[in-house]
Ligand binder design. Structure first.
Ligand SMILES: [Zn+2]
Ligand SMILES: [Zn+2]
Length: 173
């Protein structure tokens, strides 16, 4: 392990390897925790809207409890190392965007990861405000069977074809 920190070890165990991307997410999660005074999100108090779907998102899942299944992790693909965090309770929100890292073409992957891990989080990221509002809470829909395949489908994904409810895939056939 590059650093002997129990949170980093948890992230690496979940992600599968140590890499600069995971280190970015790890640092972003710790800085968000500090700035929002937020802990692990047992329900969905902390919402993360990530602007990339890269390695760093895994560290945010592990450290902040934001996950796709709970509906408090969303990907808003913009190709940027930027993460938006919203705290439902306090209403506080921040956007962390990675500053350009010093470029050293001869640095290995683990050297780059170690640089990020040892850097002070507030020197790595610029702290801004999200440019959009907090997404609504995870919604629960009623589900009904598709009249063609019979598979139970959540209502927003059913459409009416010839007066019958049909799932998206059957409607496309
Ligand atoms: Zn990775
Ligand atoms: Zn169907």
């Amino acid at each position: 392990m590059l650093i002997k920190d129990s949170n980093w070890i948890k992230c690496v165990e979940f992600h599968g390897h140590e890499c600069p991307g995971l280190a970015i997410g790890y640092k972003a999660a710790l800085l968000a925790q500090e700035l929002l005074k937020a802990q692990f999100s047992a329900d969905e108090e902390i919402v993360c809207v990530s602007e990339n779907d890269a390695c760093g998102v895994d560290a945010i899942q592990v450290l902040l409890g934001c996950s796709a299944g709970k509906g408090n992790l969303m990907i808003r693909l913009r190709g940027k190392q930027a993460f938006n965090f919203f705290c439902r309770e306090s209403g506080n929100a921040i956007r962390l965007i990675l500053k350009p890292l010093p470029t050293n073409p001869s640095a290995s992957k683990s050297e780059r990861a170690l640089y990020i891990l040892n850097a002070k989080a507030d020197t790595l990221f610029e702290v801004k405000k999200p440019s959009f509002k907090l997404p609504g809470r995870a919604r629960i829909f009623t589900s009904l069977p598709c009249s063609i395949c019979g598979e139970i489908t959540a209502e927003p994904f059913l459409q009416t074809v010839d007066g019958k409810l049909v799932c998206t895939d059957c409607a496309a056939r």
